[in-house]
Design a protein around this ligand. Structure first.
Ligand code: SAM
Length: 291
């Protein structure tokens, strides 16, 4: 019986047998630690009822561990060179389907309609390609697909920003975008030594539970996100300064004073101190005034 894919010897052997090199441009840092993988799968809560979607199976290190526990696994991989490898490493499992497509271009609504029953629990579990971590998560979240949870590995710093609370150095528009759609928590840190080739930075596993409804209700989502982005335009500046600058063509000084008064938010505060609820108050107070 073969050793798990996620070992130094087997990973090296597979790459050699298939005359493959790691593609840095595709974020190919493969996991070589089975203990880490088993933890990801168990912390994600994958069981025989789970339909798992993996992004970037690589040579199958995580896919193999998922296949052992899940009902079905769908894995999207952009790199066609890996077709033969995955055929070989996934050969013992009949519950895995590899789809060679760029996850950012897939029509996921169609994919769900064709492959997943409404009663099934869908979980995303992945060691994400680092260069597009945020783009992938925002695509999946904004499409509001019936996804139960996300358990995803990414650069430690990015995970910290996604899960950050107000009044911390990591809190910003990314924290708000992620927390608007999900409840987020960092599960564990994974040292760079667990990957081949070794990246320059450590990683974290982030767990996101999709909310049934966004964390806050606003009259206008687009305006909410526009205000959030503007409020962090220059981090050290006050809300008043940042908003005045960003909305100079749509808001007079008097209008802005009215927005602050209507929202009950002090203009001298900084964006980093506002909760999602307070940003929603600001957005709703602006709704009638910013057009
Ligand atoms: N899951 C494997 C593991 O843990 O060892 C590989 C993870 S590696 C960090 C990221 C994988 O994502 C690579 O296999 C890479 O080819 C793939 N990838 C990169 N960009 C992608 C995209 N746009 N769509 C799908 N897969 C992508």
């Amino acid at each position: 019986m073969n050793k798990p894919v996620a070992t130094i010897t087997r990973t090296k052997q597979i790459m050699k047998d298939h005359h493959l090199s790691f593609k840095k441009s595709l974020g190919q840092n493969f996991l070589i630690d089975v203990n880490v993988l088993e933890k990801i799968v168990s912390k994600a809560g994958v069981d025989e009822d789970s339909v798992v979607i993996e992004i970037g199976p690589g040579i199958g290190a995580l896919t193999e561990q998922l296949a052992k526990k899940a009902k079905r696994v769908y894995a999207f991989e952009i790199d066609q060179r890996l077709e033969k490898v995955l055929e070989e490493t996934m050969q013992p499992y009949d519950n895995v389907e590899i789809i060679f497509e760029d996850i950012l271009k897939v029509d996921l609504e169609k994919f769900f309609k064709e492959n997943i029953d409404a009663s099934e629990r869908v979980q995303i579990v992945a060691n994400l390609p680092y260069y597009i971590t945020t783009a992938i998560l925002m695509k999946l979240l904004m499409e509001r697909l019936p996804i139960h949870s996300y358990t995803v590995m990414m650069q430690k710093e990015v995970a910290a920003r996604m899960a950050a609370s107000p009044n911390t150095k990591d809190y910003g528009s990314l924290s708000i975008a992620i927390q608007y759609y999900t409840k987020s928590s960092v599960l564990m840190t994974v040292p760079k030594t667990c990957f081949m080739p070794q990246p320059n930075v450590d990683s974290s596993i982030l767990h996101l539970e999709q909310r049934a409804e966004p964390a806050v209700k606003t009259k206008n989502d687009d305006l909410f996100f526009e205000l959030v982005k503007a409020s962090f335009g220059q981090r050290r500046k006050t809300l008043k300064n940042n908003l005045q600058r960003a909305f100079s063509d749509r808001l007079s000084k008097e209008d802005l004073a009215e927005v602050f008064q209507g929202s009950g938010i002090e203009p001298s505060r900084r964006g980093e101190s506002l909760t999602l609820e307070e940003f929603a108050q600001l957005a709703d107070a602006s709704e009638e005034i910013i057009r």
